[in-house]
Design a protein around this ligand. Structure first.
Ligand SMILES: [Zn+2]
Length: 317
């Protein structure tokens, strides 16, 4: 049998596949004359002159076809979004990929909120820490460090004199100049104080914990100071999970800068400045409180909606 290459465009007018013939109310009476590759299988083609009209389908046949079509469609319909999927194998327990991912994000977001709430409910167990440094590399030096509690009480704040001078690019970000750190204590002096505050029964909250702890570790190593990793949570990761900033492309949560998070949550920044360790600690504390409060308000709003539904005699879904 002749095989027509290059797809449907190369199929002559007198050759038709069964589907095309059926649409024309015809069925083949002769053998297939050729085949065409549809990108998936070889489709048989029949000469249109060797066809006969189809008998009209009976009521019963039509009903059976309709029933089968409905069942096939139902098997490919997501029970959550009611979207129709190309193949039923892609539904898992009746739910499409997209919905499964959405449910997963919702679950993570709920857990992140619980975590944030827990920090506020047990605030005596938590401290917030932030650092500013001579650069973004892990071998940069800390030039500013602060520790506060969740009520914004400043437990420690100090500039730190680095071994190497502060580059201009870093000064442009946090505003700390070489003159400002001229008479500041060195890292070993500061670390002695910090260690006393960050006692073992405290958990440290940091916006971008990986960076700050790596920074502390490398500064300790540089000065031969002992360092043990403290219990900590990354507020940046938790916040990204809470707002559900999930990238389907990267299959991970996209981080949001502290300033963007503060802006999104309408955090009052007046008078606290920014990109200094203490200021960033305060913004972080306010962000945690705001999210914890917002979540409770959201829950209350949901309950009120259900109640008003009931009051109006409308059944809540
Ligand atoms: Zn779905």
């Amino acid at each position: 049998m002749e095989r027509i290459r290059g797809g449907w465009v190369n199929v002559p007018e007198h050759l038709k596949c069964k589907t095309d013939l059926k649409e024309m109310g015809l069925k083949p009476t002769g053998e297939a004359k050729a085949e065409v590759w549809n990108g998936h299988i070889w489709v048989k083609l029949y000469n249109i002159s060797e066809t006969a009209p189809c008998k009209p389908a009976t009521e019963k046949q039509l009903a059976a076809v309709e029933k089968a079509r409905t069942a096939q469609l139902a098997a490919r319909t997501c029970s959550r979004c009611e979207g129709i999927i190309s193949r039923k194998e892609r539904l898992l327990q009746g739910i499409c990929d997209y919905c499964r991912e959405s449910l997963f994000i919702e679950e993570i977001s709920k857990n992140a909120f619980k975590l944030l709430r827990n920090w506020v409910d047990n605030k005596s167990k938590y401290l917030i820490l932030d650092t500013e440094a001579t650069g973004l590399d892990y071998d940069s030096e800390i030039v500013d460090i602060a520790v506060i509690d969740l009520d914004e009480n400043v437990l420690f704040e100090s500039l730190v004199k680095p071994v190497c001078p502060i580059p201009e690019e870093a000064t442009a970000i946090h505003g700390i100049t070489n003159e400002m750190v001229e008479n500041a204590p060195s890292w070993p002096e500061v670390w002695v104080h910090i260690q006393k505050i960050l006692s073992v029964d405290k958990t440290i909250l940091t916006y971008n914990a990986d960076y700050d702890f790596q920074m502390i570790r490398s500064n300790c190593e540089r000065h031969n100071q002992s360092y043990t990793l403290l219990k900590n949570f990354c507020v940046m990761q938790t916040y990204a999970e809470y707002v559900g900033s999930y990238s389907r492309y990267h299959r991970d949560f996209t981080w949001i800068s502290l300033m963007d998070a503060a802006y999104d949550q309408d955090i009052r920044m007046l008078g606290i400045g920014s990109h200094r360790a203490k200021a960033d600690c305060i913004v972080c504390a306010r962000l945690i409180h705001r999210v914890a409060k917002r979540g409770v308000e959201k829950e209350l709003a949901k309950k009120c909606t259900v109640l008003s539904f009931k009051k109006d005699g409308v059944s809540a879904r």
